[in-house]
Design a protein around this ligand. Structure first.
Ligand code: HEC
Length: 146
């Protein structure tokens, strides 16, 4: 009998919690990252670094690009923002500010820019991105749209 009373009371408590005024606040996880209401910009949501030896990595170029370059080159990143401004001024569509949308990048050009830097982009060392990782990333950016 005591147990039934407790169950009944806890039911009341739970029903009380269901009050819509007390509905929990939406968190970033409730909103798809591509939606206009997204709270966490994509450049802050980059992919995890794949496991394994980075010097012989054959991990997916898109994942490596997201992890190694994404802080600047995913949507909302400073590289994307700066390139978008440049591209629009040069008469290209704003989407081409994302490296992943470019159709004119060669793997060799990507490697040159990454190792030597370009204006506001600092050179990336072999600690930042290994040769093996960069080869995967460059192949991804060259072939991203085919
Ligand atoms: C610290 C931020 C930052 C990181 C990290 C970064 N970039 Fe950049 N990147 C930039 C910026 C900013 C520019 C635009 C440079 C300018 O023109 O002033 C740029 C430009 C480029 C360009 C030249 C595009 C063009 O139109 O000529 C390429 C290619 C590129 N980045 C590839 C990469 C790759 C691949 C990685 C990862 C290995 C990477 N970047 C990491 C900031 C970054």
């Amino acid at each position: 009998m005591k147990r039934i009373a407790i169950l009944f009371l806890s039911g009341l408590v739970l029903a009380g919690c269901n009050d819509s005024d007390n509905a929990p606040e939406k968190t970033a996880a409730d909103i798809p990252i591509n939606s206009p209401g997204a709270m966490v910009p994509q450049y802050q949501m980059r992919a995890a670094l794949p496991d394994g030896d980075r010097t012989t990595s054959t991990a997916d170029g898109e994942v490596l690009f997201s992890n190694r370059c994404g802080a600047c080159h995913l949507p909302g990143g400073m590289g994307t923002n700066l390139l978008t401004k440049q591209r629009v001024e040069a008469g290209y569509p704003p989407e081409s500010g994302l490296l992943a949308n470019r159709t004119d990048l060669t793997a060799q050009y990507v490697i040159e820019v990454v190792r030597h830097g370009k204006v506001a982009m600092p050179p990336q060392t072999r600690v930042d991105v290994t040769d093996a990782e960069l080869a995967q990333i460059a192949a991804y950016l060259e072939g991203a749209k085919e």
